[in-house]
Design a binder for this molecule. Sequence first.
Ligand SMILES: Cc1cc2nc3c(=O)[nH]c(=O)nc-3n(C[C@H](O)[C@H](O)[C@H](O)COP(=O)(O)O)c2cc1C
Length: 219
Amino acid sequence: MELKQAIEKRQSIRKFKGSEIPEHHLREIIEAAGKAPSGENLQNWHFVVIQNKETKAQVREIIREKNEEIALLVEQVNIERAQRFRKVCKNFTLFAMDAPVLILVFSGTYTPSGYIEYQLIHRPTQDLDELFYRRNPGMQSLGAALQTLALKAVELGYGTCWLTSGNYAGDEIQKWAKEQNIFYKEGYFMASMMALGIPEDGAKSPGRKPLEEIYTYIV
Ligand SMILES: Cc1cc2nc3c(=O)[nH]c(=O)nc-3n(C[C@H](O)[C@H](O)[C@H](O)COP(=O)(O)O)c2cc1C
């Protein structure tokens, strides 16, 4: 498949056919993700690829529980917001646990260039945070890997949905993965998830900003 075709064809898939995905395809997809560029070539990523139904159900339960814990507290100050929070969880996070494959995406901590220097010269916390959180290269590297993963999946006939809306349960998922001896690496944290499978027909993608809005060309 031409790159142009894969870029055009990729869209977020939230309904999948039940079929299993052969492991050699999963390896190909993750291998492609691993070819993405990364700041300092740190390759600060690890992908836990789950095809086992019971294991996916465990992740689902961790997220559902955490969502409910937060929603109950939010309910005390804003009922509408709590309902919305539950709905977002159901429609934009938990659906992914029904995909044939769920990928937990872990990221290593990335200390941006200039950060230690800022500490040495006692720059204010706000400046440190600006470098660390807003412009963090580790997250940018992960983005490159995940987009590569999504495009490779399209090439092989699959669809994906990138998920961050369950990240509030990231610490709990990480703890569970460690306890289950699934994955643990010092300094790594769960940064997002990807649902993967053969797409059901009929997925609609939202539109895009016109080129003029996202492009500035200086002659
Ligand atoms: C960083 C990131 C996080 C996302 N998180 C979610 C999510 O938690 N749940 C979801 O259903 N879609 C999620 N999406 C998918 C976006 O909603 C989707 O990419 C966007 O609406 C454009 O649609 P398209 O991917 O079909 O072109 C996420 C996408 C990205 C890149």
